[in-house]
Design a protein around this ligand. Sequence first.
Ligand code: 5AD
Ligand code: SF4
Length: 343
Amino acid sequence: MRELLYRIAEGYVPTLSEIENILSLNEEDAEILFKIADDIKKLYFGNSIHIRGIIEFSNYCRANCKYCGLRCSNDKLIRYRMSKEEIINCAKEAIDAGYKTLVLQSGEDLYYTKEILGDIIKSIKEYADISITLSIGERKFEDYKYLKEVGADRFLMKHETADELLYNNLHPHSTFNNRMSCLKNLKQLGYQLGSGFIIGLPGQTLRTIAKDIMLLKELDVDMAGIGPFIPHKGTPLGSEKPGSAFLTVKVIALSRILLKRVHLPATTALGVLDKKYRDKAFFAGANVIMQKIEPYNYRKLYEIYPKTLEDKKSIKQERQELEIYLKGLNLEISNDKGDALIL
Ligand code: 5AD
Ligand code: SF4
């Protein structure tokens, strides 16, 4: 196993069966996987972590993903939209607190036309030289093109699962092919591209996860969010089991060894499920953390999965506490924008 992992670190592309074996390692044997992933992370990124600020600006969603609390069929959820001014003010406050990357995320909400989003991007970019990442779901090629032209730098859109049948079953409003063509369009337009997937979806196997990792490689992504499934009562998958935090960390570690330069967050979902494993992820390949920065009254409504809320603080105070926390783990805080590492 050790030899196989070193070969992958040197460029060997493992078979799906080999990936399944690696992902089956027990706690004790997985330490070598984590150690190699940590070494590769340090080689590419040193000891520093990028903190990204995320503004979840609307919880309206036209999509109906069977696992997500924001799905359009969930009529129990109170919906909100932040105004242009609210979003821009939140962004400015975050920039003043030290953020160099802001992620603008929402459900698939076409209320925000490309012109509205464009105005927001332009205003933020006029205020400071930071990176803007969009995470707004499937749109027309023209929209993606316009938003890139006005200044968006990056785009996050997970492929969720590489199993086409499972994908189509979990996403009744769209198709796997459609998602792939959106991801390819974004890449072609020159966005720094993030994909990712969920660990522990009902119907998923280790083979599916092996294919998920290989799909990240094929898409040549710059970033990948890999998080565990957390059941939400207001969805058709509400009574299913959550994903495994341990398996999630193994998948992050193997992705680091295989993909090398890619930005990998210790995902929010991993932290919600098990804080201990989220910390572990920083020593098993992860080099990014995302911090919510929208006002608190919206945070509780952006309920993709159930979670408890932290005490109310200012954006600046919250960032300082996060920095202290990371430093307490002997990690450093990155001072740059954390662009895609192109070799
Ligand atoms: N558990 C874990 N992750 C989820 N997501 C949506 N619902 C859930 C859930 N119940 C993730 C998806 C999506 C991102 C915004 O949140 O991967 O891309
Ligand atoms: Fe909407 Fe995204 Fe949730 Fe799907 S995962 S329902 S697209 S917010």
